[in-house]
Design a protein around this ligand. Structure first.
Ligand SMILES: [Zn+2]
Length: 309
């Protein structure tokens, strides 16, 4: 699992934003010490994994390893106190921008268990139709037993063809960074968004990464690392017009989120100065942080002694 050129589990990738092939290597390992070959594109400043696991290798990872590694996160979603926090945050953000209007059809792309849709149906819009795209068989069972319609389990299947202009609201929360071809997914989203429909899109912010950079922010399951620049460019290249875009707010500081409407396709004009800016952020945030390391070691010790959970 080293990612050497001869390792069949890995494949090379051009820049997912500009298609360029001049990557500058940043690191080789990420969260859980998994191989995570983050590079920055010299041409446009976008960061992504190169090489990366093949689609087959990722599929095996999601079936066999993902739950074990991310179980605390999954368990937290089942905790009633935190289960609906993400969707409440979306509602607040819509309200703050006077965008909270009752839709007829909502699509949650990468819905997980469907907590957001279930909350919206129970608390916000009881008469709306709720649909989801989700690969996990465990989550699909939960969606179906809660009356949420599954549009597709594979985002790369042709689900968009029979659904042109269907959705008034599409939610994509912390999902775009997982895809092998995020631009293709956004083009599909553009196709199924209603004429006056709204897309809510949130991703981790590579200009304001969480620490530690290599042990937490960089992770094998995140193939792309977006900034407000690259997210805007990719949306516009997919024909999505940015209504507003934000680098964090009082609800969450380390994410970029945007509201988009259908628009015209705008070709990317790569800005090579962004590579330098991104590399500076990674250099600064990747430095060893003795204070953070001490705090974490103390927390680990306290956990062992049963002082904290
Ligand atoms: Zn690029």
């Amino acid at each position: 699992m080293t990612g050497t050129p001869n390792d069949p589990e890995f494949e090379r990738s051009n820049c997912l934003l500009c298609g360029g092939s001049s990557p500058i290597a940043v690191g080789e390992h990420g969260q859980f010490n998994l191989p995570t070959h983050v590079v920055v594109c010299e041409r446009c400043g976008f960061s992504y994994l190169d090489p990366r696991w093949s689609k087959e290798r990722y599929a095996a990872f999601y079936v066999h390893q993902y739950d074990t590694l991310y179980r605390p996160e999954i368990a937290a979603q089942d905790d009633l106190r935190t289960r609906y926090a993400p969707v409440k945050q979306i509602i607040e953000r819509l309200k703050e921008r006077q965008l909270l209007r009752e839709p007829e059809r909502v699509l949650d792309l990468g819905s997980g268990m469907g907590h957001a849709l279930i909350y919206l149906r129970e608390n916000q819009w009881p008469n709306c139709r709720y649909e989801a795209i989700e690969p996990s068989s465990e989550c699909i069972k939960h969606l179906r037993s809660n009356g949420i319609e599954l549009v597709a389990s594979d985002v790369y299947s042709n689900w968009e063809e029979s659904r042109e202009g269907r959705y008034d609201l599409i939610i994509m929360r912390h999902v775009l960074e997982h895809f092998h071809d995020p631009l293709l997914v956004l083009r599909k989203v553009r196709q199924v968004l209603a004429k006056d429909g709204l897309l809510y899109l949130a991703v981790p912010d590579a200009m304001h990464p969480t620490k530690p950079l290599h042990g937490h922010f960089f992770r094998g399951v995140h193939i792309s690392y977006f900034t407000k620049y690259s997210l805007r460019s990719m949306c516009e290249a997919a024909g999505l017009a940015i209504e507003s875009i934000h680098e964090g707010d009082q609800h969450a500081r380390n994410e970029v989120f945007t509201f988009c409407r259908p628009g015209l396709v705008r070709d990317l004009v790569p800005d090579s100065s962004l590579a330098k800016v991104q590399l500076q952020v990674y250099r600064r945030m990747g430095r060893p942080d003795p204070l953070l390391a001490t705090r974490r070691a103390l927390a680990r010790m306290a956990r062992k002694l049963g002082v904290i959970q």
